[in-house]
Design a protein around this ligand. Structure first.
Ligand code: BG6
Length: 487
């Protein structure tokens, strides 16, 4: 039972959660720059204008923009083979509408990629990780407007051409399937979509005050799928060697009981949430169950144009990637006990423990998921591009950090991966989420930490950004060195 020889070990980051420097070198405002932090009980707040005297976690984040050399050096010490980052769209096209790309923004990522290559680390780039230029949201309601496909494609082509020889692995959109949910955070961050009514509010409003319009949201999601397919087509023209992947937020669902009603509800949930987008991106067309679902929910699908079908057919991806943190249950019982989760919660599973943020820990679920994906899409390689444990870390008097809970979580998930590989899954790599502490996307907190490397930065804005290696740093180093033998 072994990991393959060239297994891609590494870590994953998103620009808006680590870089900071939110207006430096010509960068424009992007969606997360407008969002205040919250916590497990307090939803995040979106502002139409930057409010004075408020703390926006993405504005400085963990200052990766200025400290990338130190950080990539630390990743290299752990032995990373791959580093997944995102390019912040608003660094390259500050409003999204410019005709000419911002050279200073492009140069920054040149420096990042050069630094990676210095250590033999393969960069993997997400083109859009929850960070659309804010201007495109305000003017066009993000991907709800078809024109945003053109702006995205212009941006994607700029990146593909510029980094043609520096980056081989690309992901078009982070967690594209988040758009299937009536969740404001997912809509605004993933699709750049807000209802017109919400955009007209001048006062900041919390995510639970925002409205949803499924017709518009599914239109936006369709445009994003078309944009993704066009990027695949154009990317392959620019460099046929590119490996271009999708990225699915995989929340593994189980029926809460063997009541056939629960089974049916689970089947539907799993299909719409986990399968639909991947089916489009891999098989090149809308599955029948989805068209029926949209029809049954009174969604008019005239936004699917004849030419879109051709684009979807042609722009199929090269490898399947996903985030995996949790599993949740589906139940038809209105009184069932509920639990939270990544973007979306569900019914509580009595067999699982949960993190402090209510995310259920389920390594067996990862094995099950990998096997399910592999039998659904037998031909393409799979990669886990996010997985990790958000927890509170304590710095001891001597400066050490004993994060055995994180090691335990990761170890169990790596064992599950190994077992899945042993049972035939073509898994090519693993990038743990937030190898260095970053801002949480869901709550905007620094308090919720994922890193192997601690960053001295806190939710009240204090901290000197100094970096400390946690126990997990040395553990992951050992894991990579032994190619997953020494867990
Ligand atoms: C994923 C996102 O859904 O979950 C990341 O792609 C995010 O951006 C990660 O940070 C963990 O979620 P959170 O809310 O703990 O940051």
């Amino acid at each position: 039972m072994k990991f393959p020889k060239n297994f891609l070990w590494g870590g994953a980051l998103a620009a808006n959660q680590c870089e900071g420097a939110y207006l430096e070198d010509g960068k424009g405002l992007s969606v997360p720059d407008m969002i205040l932090g919250g916590d497990i009980n307090t939803p995040r707040t979106i502002c139409k204008y930057i409010q004075k005297n408020k703390f926006y976690p993405s504005h400085e984040a963990v200052d990766f923009y200025h400290r990338y050399k130190e950080d990539i050096g630390l990743f290299a010490q752990m032995g990373f083979k791959v580093l997944r980052i995102s390019i912040n769209w608003a660094r390259i096209y500050p409003t999204g509408e410019e005709a000419v790309a911002n050279e200073a923004g492009l140069k920054f990522y040149d420096k990042i990629f050069n630094e990676c290559h210095k250590y033999g680390i393969e960069p993997m780039v997400t083109l859009s990780h929850y960070e659309m230029p804010w201007h495109l949201v305000e003017k066009y309601q993000g991907f709800y407007s078809r024109i945003v496909i053109d702006y995205y494609l212009k941006y994607a082509k700029t990146c593909f051409k510029r980094y043609r020889n520096k980056v081989k692995y690309w992901l078009t959109f982070n967690e594209i399937n988040a758009g299937t949910m009536a969740d404001p955070l997912a809509s605004i961050m993933g699709l750049g979509y807000m209802t017109r009514k919400d955009l007209q509010r001048n006062e900041p409003c919390t995510f639970d005050e925002l409205s949803d319009n499924p017709q518009e949201r599914y239109t936006a999601l369709h445009h994003e799928l078309v944009a993704s397919a066009l990027a695949v087509i154009e990317g392959h023209k620019i460099n046929p060697e590119f490996m271009i992947g999708n990225m699915i937020s995989h929340i593994t669902w189980y029926p809460r009981t063997c009541n056939p009603k629960d089974i049916l509800a689970w089947q539907q949930k799993d299909a719409i949430f986990n399968d639909f987008c991947a089916d489009v991106q891999i098989r090149g067309e809308y599955p029948e169950y989805m068209l029926a679902y949209l029809k049954n929910h009174q969604i008019d699908t005239s936004y699917i144009l004849v030419n879109d079908k051709k684009i979807l057919k042609e722009g199929v991806i090269d490898f399947y990637t996903m985030s995996y943190y949790i599993s949740n249950c589906v139940s038809t019982d209105p009184n069932v006990e509920k639990i939270g989760g990544n973007l979306v919660g569900g019914a509580k599973n009595p067999y699982l423990q949960a993190s402090k943020w209510g995310w259920q820990i389920d390594p067996d679920g990862l094995k099950y998921t990998l096997k399910a994906i592999s039998s659904r899409y037998p031909k393409i390689p799979i990669m886990i591009v996010e997985n990790g444990f958000g927890a509170v870390d304590k710095v001891e008097k001597d400066g050490s950090i004993h994060d055995d809970y994180r090691i335990d979580y990761l170890r169990k998930h790596l064992i599950a991966m190994k077992e899945a590989i042993n049972e035939g899954v073509n898994l090519i790599g693993y990038t743990s989420w937030g190898p260095i502490d970053i801002v949480s996307a869901g709550t905007g907190q620094f308090y919720k930490r994922y890193g192997f490397i601690y960053v001295d930065k806190h939710d009240d804005g204090t901290g000197d950004f100094s970096r400390i290696k946690k126990d997990s740093f040395y553990w992951y180093q050992k894991v990579i060195k032994s190619n997953g033998e020494d867990l």
